[in-house]
Design a protein around this ligand. Sequence first.
Ligand SMILES: NC(=O)c1ccc[n+]([C@@H]2O[C@H](COP(=O)([O-])OP(=O)(O)OC[C@H]3O[C@@H](n4cnc5c(N)ncnc54)[C@H](OP(=O)(O)O)[C@@H]3O)[C@@H](O)[C@H]2O)c1
Length: 268
Amino acid sequence: MDLQLRDKTALVTGASMGIGKGIARVLAREGVDVAICARHKEGLDAAAEEIRRESGRRVLAIPADLTRREDAETFVKSAARQLGRIDILVNNAGSAPGGVLEALDEDAWMQGLQLKFMGYVRCLRAALPIMKTQGGGRVLNLIGNDGVKDSYWEIVPGACNAAGQNLTKALAGQYGRFNISFVAVNPGPVRTERWDGLVKAMARDMKLTYEQADQLAPRSIPLGRIAEVEEVANLCAYLASPLAHFVNGTMIEIDGGQQKPLMDAARG
Ligand SMILES: NC(=O)c1ccc[n+]([C@@H]2O[C@H](COP(=O)([O-])OP(=O)(O)OC[C@H]3O[C@@H](n4cnc5c(N)ncnc54)[C@H](OP(=O)(O)O)[C@@H]3O)[C@@H](O)[C@H]2O)c1
């Protein structure tokens, strides 16, 4: 299938590793010029060089900390100027601390909202006027299935994700008339570089061994495993393409059919 992505442009946030890097890589492979951001220049430059070498496309590496309004604006504006337009914005840079209510102080809540919700808002505020002027665009918000499948160990990500899902639908209602469409992608657990850290935190909080904690997610998923980055990236490439422009104001889960929250799985 020709995804009709050749010579399009995309911005992908948080793309020096993990799902963001996977998405930037698949888009570039499909002929898209991309701009990527992350805080640490070294890892960002290395990811850009790897994707550039592999795809032969333009890959701009623009360091930015999306918890800062000026950085988000500079990233979006500088990428738009250098690439000429923004056909696709992929909001992906985000994480929020896990843990139960008693273990989470106000800083933990604010930390989650600051990046996982406000980081997306900041990039949208900078990119949507540009898309409007150019006559259209496509927004993918990488969110997370715990925004719709509640888990008491993931209440901060759950709150940030529910807010992001609501925002995605709300903006679709406002911007459709400008030919800008929005979709939220809700992964369940995905094997990224930070998976190991998450398993360690779960083991600590649930008083399990690392091996027991590592089995929690697969046990909570009917397919018996967590997702690979490429599976999420391939879905995103299709959703970013003109073929899926009409998939608007909705969300798609990619979680192997996970129903039970991790803590329920822990109880067996
Ligand atoms: N992995 C999962 O299991 C999973 C499940 C559901 C949803 N998700 C969502 O999918 C998205 C990607 O997750 P992931 O696991 O691939 O993340 P990741 O491996 O932790 O990668 C995060 C990326 O974001 C960058 N980043 C972190 N803080 C940033 C900041 N303040 N400003 C700009 N960039 C920043 C990181 O680089 P620097 O550190 O250099 O900034 C890195 O490139 C996230 O929104 C996450 O919530 C992931």
